[in-house]
Design a protein around this ligand. Structure first.
Ligand code: PLP
Length: 396
């Protein structure tokens, strides 16, 4: 099967679709409260912008395929601090966003006939990229276990064709952070069955205290030979449009990822690698701490506004900037003359009648849920959520 045939079976990212629809409405003059965007609503750290402005003209050349050495070194240091395990510049490949890191990983590790377990709900791109590699993404529904995967669920879905699993903590869309003991059990289990763990920790910095983010190698050091870590500057430093991420992993994976990257993009954009160096070296940590404080406060506002909303429930997120609303109870009911047959109709109606944009749960393999991004200022957040509450109060 060629790539055109594969992509024919893969729809464009629904999260991008919701974002684009909300933006188009806003451009046409409709006042939309956009809770669909998976990004912070602030400028990047001043120190990063200063670094960008101060760049000399001679950062115009191709960089090393795996990225500029200083940036890889800074990322490796962070990895060591996070995991307590050795990590060198040679273990890092800087990519055009975590999306590309995940793609390189899928292409390097998986292929036709392979199965890869994906705890679900999950960010849709994960399964789409596994499909692009020719492998089959096997969803493992974790909504009945407080959105935490456990090894009995994973074991039920494991077959002779299972090659790996994809873990995303802190999680998009649920905002749940996997506790250390959960990650440890999974890492041990993956070791017993010789499975790769692709660990997407793009939201690692956005964790609300007292919750703590854990990495598989930190809780089960033996897993170091089978874990591929995927990280990003996007969410931590409000640079989603810059497209810089990375992967870290064992030598055979790094070799394959570099070979693929050398044919795809050559390297992540040179200018942005240089500009993000201070952030990778920890000089923008206060910016991150501030985002965490702001998002934590917005979560409190959101929970206050949504309290008492009929037909919806949620589990408090431990981090990220998402709120994952369980609206399964409204499916099949009516809002005015419209039957809310599924979550796509529900999110369309919310946009049309309440001018609130959010992403339908189907985009994450979970029909009947909505993902709200709490990344608007307090007055907009209050207005959007009170309009949403009003909408739900008219569901019959
Ligand atoms: N992984 C997860 C779980 C995400 O939610 C996203 C973006 O929404 C990404 C990866 C991609 O991040 P990047 O902007 O670095 O490509």
């Amino acid at each position: 099967m060629n790539l055109a045939a594969r992509t024919g079976t893969i729809a464009a990212s629904p999260t991008s679709g919701s974002r684009n629809r909300a933006r188009a409405l806003a451009r046409s003059g409709v006042q939309v409260i956009n809770l669909a965007a998976g990004e912070l609503d602030r400028l990047p750290p001043e120190i990063v912008l200063d670094a960008l402005r101060a760049l000399p003209g001679d950062v115009n050349r191709y960089t090393d395929t795996a990225g500029i050495p200083e940036l890889r070194k800074a990322i490796a240091r962070q990895m060591m601090a996070r995991t307590g395990s050795d990590c060198a510049s040679e273990d890092i490949v800087v990519t055009s966003g975590a999306k590309q890191a995940l793609f390189l990983t899928a292409m390097a590790l998986f292929g036709s006939g392979d199965e890869v377990l994906v705890p679900s709900p999950a960010w849709g791109t994960l399964s789409a990229q596994i499909a692009l590699s020719g492998a089959h993404a096997v969803p493992v529904d974790v909504s009945a276990s407080r959105f935490l995967p456990d090894i009995s669920q994973l074991e039920r879905h494991r077959t002779a064709a299972t090659r790996g699993l994809l873990l995303n903590s802190p999680n998009n869309p649920t905002g749940i952070v996997y506790p250390g003991h959960v990650i440890e059990q999974i890492a041990r289990w993956a070791g017993e069955h010789d499975l790769w763990i692709v660990f997407d920790e793009c939201y690692a910095d956005l964790v609300f205290p007292p919750n703590v983010h854990y990495h598989p190698v930190q809780v089960w050091p033996e897993s170091v030979t089978r874990v591929v870590t995927v990280g990003s500057f996007s969410k931590s430093f409000a640079v989603t449009g810059w497209r810089v991420g990375w992967l870290a992993g064992p030598p055979q994976l790094i070799r394959a990822a570099k070979a693929l990257q050398s044919h795809l993009t050559s390297n992540a954009p040179s200018v942005l690698q240089h500009a993000l160096l201070p952030a990778a070296q920890g000089a923008a940590d206060e910016f991150v701490a501030d985002s965490v404080r702001v998002q934590h406060a917005r979560l409190a506002v959101a929970e206050q506004e949504l309290a008492g909303t009929p037909h919806v429930r949620w589990q408090r997120p431990d981090g990220t900037f998402y709120l994952w609303l369980d609206c399964r109870e409204v499916l099949g009911r009516a809002h005015g003359a419209v039957r809310l047959g599924n979550d796509l109709v529900l999110s369309d109606q919310l946009l049309e009648k309440a001018q609130v944009a959010c992403v339908a749960g189907s985009a994450f393999g979970a029909p009947g849920f909505l993902r709200l991004s709490l990344t608007v200022g307090e007055s907009h957040l209050r207005k959007g959520l009170s309009d949403l509450k009003e909408f739900f109060s008219h569901v019959e």
